[in-house]
Design a protein around this ligand. Structure first.
Ligand code: C2E
Ligand code: CA
Ligand code: CA
Length: 316
């Protein structure tokens, strides 16, 4: 058994002059550290009270958000670097209401995870993404796949493969057109279990991508141990190409590794022609980023497809 400790601390008299105030502030510090770390000390500061107020407000808002129809999906095109034709899109969830305005997923996804709401939200995203992908592929032409982000919390739920299967069946989407984007933290949990789960998911016919590669607790061994299809090169390594020598070395190493392991490579965060040319030179075939398009609403993405789809080659 491994025990870890989280400690919240407040100092008399800076953080409170009465026992009640001190204990309340200790609680705030403890709550803050528990949501981030499993083995650490956090001293109280007034900013923590403000951030917990915001957290509570977001949590209350999220509890109503599905019923109130407050989520939408944006789609960011993924393009073939050689032709600039669209080959798929990443579904990115958006949330907003009158009281809070629009809230970034980087801010609300962790709140939803802590509050046990990510399962319901993730399921909604999956259903919608499958439904949209069916529409994109109605007209024939080259297939267009959809990538859906799945957090480590969602992967820990025992019914994730069933949920994916239900979405595929209900929408009628060809499973080959769905890719789940997972981060490295999923692999860290329980290796044996994670491999079995990925095998179940791939058994449905879908593909699995490793997202933000190189930013987490990377271990090269899991690239060979885990059944994966795609590696997404994080934008942190793309941003400083081609002038920064370290960035070049890392990008080259990651892409070389993926090629040798027969993984499909998607480079994220391509913002300039130089990024594009350089990554293509290194052997990346697919790209995503502001150079091609920002995330688009559903209708705008349909327009994008109309303008950027490769026609199906005529048989014979
Ligand atoms: P991510 O999966 O790495 O998604 C890519 C993020 O990079 C998106 O931010 C996108 O708008 C942004 N981006 C794309 N191209 C560029 C570029 O060229 N330059 C720059 N600077 N940024 C670019 P977004 O939409 O704010 O999403 C943030 C994160 O929220 C995502 O990171 C993902 O981890 C999470 N997320 C989004 N949708 C979902 C979802 O449906 N479920 C879960 N569990 N997480 C989600
Ligand atoms: Ca992603
Ligand atoms: Ca990413």
């Amino acid at each position: 058994m491994y025990l870890t400790a989280c400690v919240g601390a407040a100092l008399y008299p800076t953080h409170g002059e009465t026992a009640r105030d001190l204990l309340r502030n200790v609680d705030t510090a403890l709550h803050h550290i528990k949501s981030r770390d499993r083995n650490a000390v956090q001293f109280y500061s007034p900013q923590l009270t403000a951030s917990i107020g915001r957290w509570v407000q977001l949590e209350a808002g999220l509890r109503q958000a599905i019923e109130n129809d407050e989520f939408t999906l944006n789609f960011q095109p993924k393009v073939d670097l050689a032709t600039r034709c669209v080959i798929g899109a990443e579904a990115l969830v958006r949330w907003g209401n009158e009281e809070l305005g629009s809230v970034s997923p980087d801010e609300f996804v962790p709140v939803a995870e802590e509050a046990g709401l990510i399962g319901a939200i993730g399921n909604w995203v999956l259903q919608q993404a499958c439904h949209h992908a069916v529409q994109w592929n109605r007209g024939g032409g080259q297939p267009i796949h959809v990538g859906v982000n799945v957090s480590a919390h969602q992967m820990r739920r025992p019914d994730i493969a069933d949920k994916v299967n239900v979405c595929l069946e209900e929408s009628g989407l060809d499973p080959r057109l769905l890719e789940l984007e997972l981060t490295e933290s999923v692999m860290m949990d329980d290796t044996g279990k994670s491999i079995a789960l990925l095998e179940d998911l791939r058994g449905l016919g879908i593909t699995v991508a490793i997202d933000d590669f190189g930013t987490g607790y990377s271990s090269l061994s899991y690239l060979t141990d885990f059944p994966l299809d795609t590696l997404k090169v994080d934008r942190a390594f793309v941003m400083n190409l081609p002038d920064d020598r370290d960035a070049v070395t890392i990008a080259r190493a990651i892409i070389g590794l993926a090629q040798n392991l027969d993984l499909h490579i998607v480079a994220e965060g391509i913002e300039t022609d130089e990024h594009e040319r350089f990554l293509q030179g290194l052997g990346s075939h697919t790209g995503q980023g502001y150079l091609f398009s920002r995330p688009l609403g559903a209708a705008e993405f349909n327009e994008f497809i109309a303008q950027n789809q490769t026609p199906m080659p005529v048989a014979g």
